[in-house]
Ligand binder design. Sequence first.
Ligand code: ADP
Ligand code: TRP
Length: 331
Amino acid sequence: MSKEVVLSGIRPTGFLHLGNYFGAMRNYVRMQDEYNCYFFVADWHSLTTHPDTKELRTSVNRVLAENIACGLDPEKVALYIQSDVPEIAELYLYLNMLAYKGELEKVPTFKDKVRLSPDNVNAGLLTYPVLMASDILIHRATKVPVGKDQEQHLEMARNFAERFNHRYGEVFPLPYAFNFQTSLAKIMSLDGNGKMSKSENAMGTLYLNDSEEEIIKKIKKAKTDSGPTESNSVKPDYIENLFTLMRLVSKEDVTAKFESDFNNCFIRYGDMKKQLAEDMAAFIAPIREKAQSIQNDEAYLSKITKAGAEKARESASATLKLVRQAMHMNH
Ligand code: ADP
Ligand code: TRP
């Protein structure tokens, strides 16, 4: 039996952060031995919000380098740049005919972006979920490792796939968001406002490129309060987030000690943050160092993306052939 197809992408819109790592990349790395994996840098998607392309090449290289530094093996997966695979754009065109303005306008990420940049509500932004569906369906992928914020986009991808299958014949299996834990990851910002993110909230976000001093400074400033007054209280969001981070990077007994301090109302957040900062700095250092050592090696990175694009185009053109056949467009 052939292996199940996995696909995911990251936009080159800034430095990668812990949310990207735990929501996406950590799962990529775990999946690479078992599945037929395609991972890509979504440069077309970045144009919907970042039309200035002066920094794009540097950003693309950094995302590639950070993926490899996190443990992705370009020998095992197809690692490519979205714009190197023109077949995606053709599928996007067909799927656009099956996507309705009303449903696209209702997508929460679209509404957020309209609110943030009311002067740049372009058609590409509106059809962002259609392009994303094309990224996935072009390889007939079924598992999509992403963070919780992408759930709605996956639901739309399933809708477009079903609509296509219904109208033209069965071509696409249905894709689902995937995470090894029971629920999809969401890493909140350290200041308690929203999620860690590439382009907003730099002080509340821990980047894979942050130095030890920056990590310590940001965690020291993380939002806390005067501590619980009743034993076994429910943790406020921002405190739960510190525990989430600690569970991800600290030893189990260390986390257990602070959990029990919290439950007994003994907790000293200063001590907890000091421990978390130390463990976080140790966790990020090897990723940062490895990424920095490869991100300027153009020759190495372009060799990888060329091979990745070749593999991706082979799978993409096989799907397009089925699409055109189903649509009676194989003249
Ligand atoms: P950003 O939102 O920071 O610009 P992307 O939109 O490019 O990042 O997201 C790339 C991947 O990282 C997606 O799978 C997304 O779900 C995941 N991701 C982004 N931010 C977080 C977060 N704070 N927590 C969990 N996963 C996240
Ligand atoms: N929309 C995703 C994000 O903002 C990035 C992305 C583009 C993606 N195409 C994709 C993720 C296909 C998974 C599959 O994070």
